[in-house]
Write a protein that binds this ligand. Structure first.
Ligand code: KE4
Length: 430
């Protein structure tokens, strides 16, 4: 499987685009080698410019829960395109999508559509600061909420790989407003509140971490954070950009029965087009302009094409049995991988919630960023390339989630587990 054309394109790209990519983690710095340039996706597969096909578990970092180029999305987009691409005016689709999200996510009475997860979390934090008239934010080490200044404090995802604890360019005064606590550390949250009680505007958390690899919350963590935020009159913001519509129709808040004050959404919401949202109670959301004084805006927010793809996606997900199917697929891959790790005596674990999972090597458990960072990153890189050479495309980073979709069929999963066994056999031989 040559990749000469990808290499050529990457050389050209680096001359005109920083790092050759429009988002750092696509540069494969964590696994080495030249990233493959993708020409098209089809259901569970992607194809690169050199004509190689891969079973795709990257799923564009989460949005493609239906798989690539789902026929219903393609048809709906073609129709929407005929009518134009953007009007800078309200459209019916935005109302329908807002109604559908409010129906599915019980904590959301009103929402605002934006163009990315970053915009969603950035805006939710501004709103929380306005509502509470406080400035400090509590976040968790390894959680990534997009690249807004105040949130790039020991973020996970791409920044974790670049091992930049705080990105240059973020004023120290901004970082000083952000308190960073280990994930799953209830006493750490208690201490942060005790020390800053009347100045914390909000706690923002990925209810299931996806950006230091998948890390589920401990059973007491989310209820405790909910209780502490309420006790200290701070808002609880669930960043469900990954988990929204991924782990349950109503996201992680439905799965764990913990109700945040604000929710941030993205990825699946747009069905593969640029769309994010943030929402919560009417009381909080009505502070937003033009209803209230908190300014937030966007030329292409609620764009008709993105909204069309989002509506089709959410409606497809609302047919019965979808989340059971995704759970079964996830379990099959997890159990297959774990059996092979044992068979070839390769130390590692699979952290999984539903159809999002991460393989961590050389560790027995991963409950927070510090434990995640102890994993064997070199072995992960060998795993990544070993699977890629066998036609299976995992996320190019040990600190990301792999995603299954409704397009991954039983044969695809068997092929994936078999590819893993072939790699493990080779790896065990050393
Ligand atoms: P975007 O601005 O990239 O749409 O969303 C930011 C964001 C917010 N919250 C969570 C929980 C997220 O996972 C993300 C973005 N995730 C990364 C990787 N997991 C996207 C990939 C990339 O940065 O290229």
């Amino acid at each position: 499987m040559g990749f000469t054309i990808s290499k050529e394109l990457f050389k050209r790209a680096r001359k005109k685009i920083p790092g050759g990519v429009n988002s750092p983690v696509r540069a494969w710095q964590a696994v080495g080698d030249s990233p493959r340039f993708i020409t098209r996706g089809e259901a569970a597969y992607v194809f690169d410019v050199d004509g190689n096909g891969y079973l795709d578990f990257l799923a564009s970092w989460g949005p493609l829960i239906l798989g690539h180029a789902h026929p219903k999305i393609v048809t709906a987009l073609k129709e929407a395109l005929e009518a134009g691409t953007t009007f800078g005016a309200p459209t019916k689709g935005e109302v329908e999508l807002a109604e559908l999200v409010c129906e599915q996510v019980a904590s959301i009475e009103k929402l605002r559509l934006v163009n990315s997860g970053t915009e969603a979390t950035m805006s939710a934090i501004r709103l929380a600061r306005a509502f509470t008239k406080r400035n400090k934010i509590i976040k968790f080490d390894g959680c990534y909420h997009g690249h807004a200044d105040g949130l790039l404090a020991r973020a996970g995802s791409g920044v974790a790989n670049l091992s930049l604890p705080d990105s240059p360019g973020v004023p120290p005064s901004f970082a000083a407003e952000t308190l960073v606590i280990p994930f799953n550390d209830v006493s750490g949250v208690e201490a942060a509140f005790a020390k800053n009680s009347d100045s914390v505007a909000a706690v923002i958390v990925e209810p299931i971490c996806g950006n230091m690899g998948v890390i589920p919350p401990s059973s007491e963590f989310l209820p405790a954070v909910r209780k502490l935020a309420r006790k200290h009159a701070a808002l609880l913001i669930f960043d469900e950009v990954i988990t929204g519509f991924r782990v349950a129709p109503g996201g992680a808040q439905e799965l764990y029965r913990v109700t945040p004050d604000l929710t941030c959404l993205g990825k699946i919401l747009g069905g593969g087009l640029p769309l994010g949202a943030f929402g919560g109670s009417q009381e909080i959301m009505d502070l937003l302009a033009p209803e209230g004084p908190v300014y937030q805006a966007g030329t292409l927010s609620g764009n008709p094409l993105a909204v069309t793809a989002g509506l089709v996606t959410l409606r497809e997900l609302s047919r019965g049995g979808v989340y059971q199917e995704l759970e079964e697929k996830g379990r099959m891959v997890q159990e297959g991988f774990e059996a092979i790790l044992r068979k070839y005596d390769i130390k590692g674990i699979v952290n999984r919630v539903g159809s999002m999972l991460t393989l961590f090597f050389a560790v027995e458990r991963v409950r927070d960023a510090a434990e995640a960072r102890r994993c064997d990153k070199e072995r992960f890189a060998r795993f990544f390339h070993g699977m890629l050479s066998r036609g299976v495309y995992f996320p190019p980073s040990p600190f990301e989630a792999a995603f299954l979709s409704l397009a991954h069929g039983p044969n695809d999963l068997e092929k994936t587990v078999q590819a893993f066994e072939d790699w493990a056999k080779e790896e065990a031989r050393g």
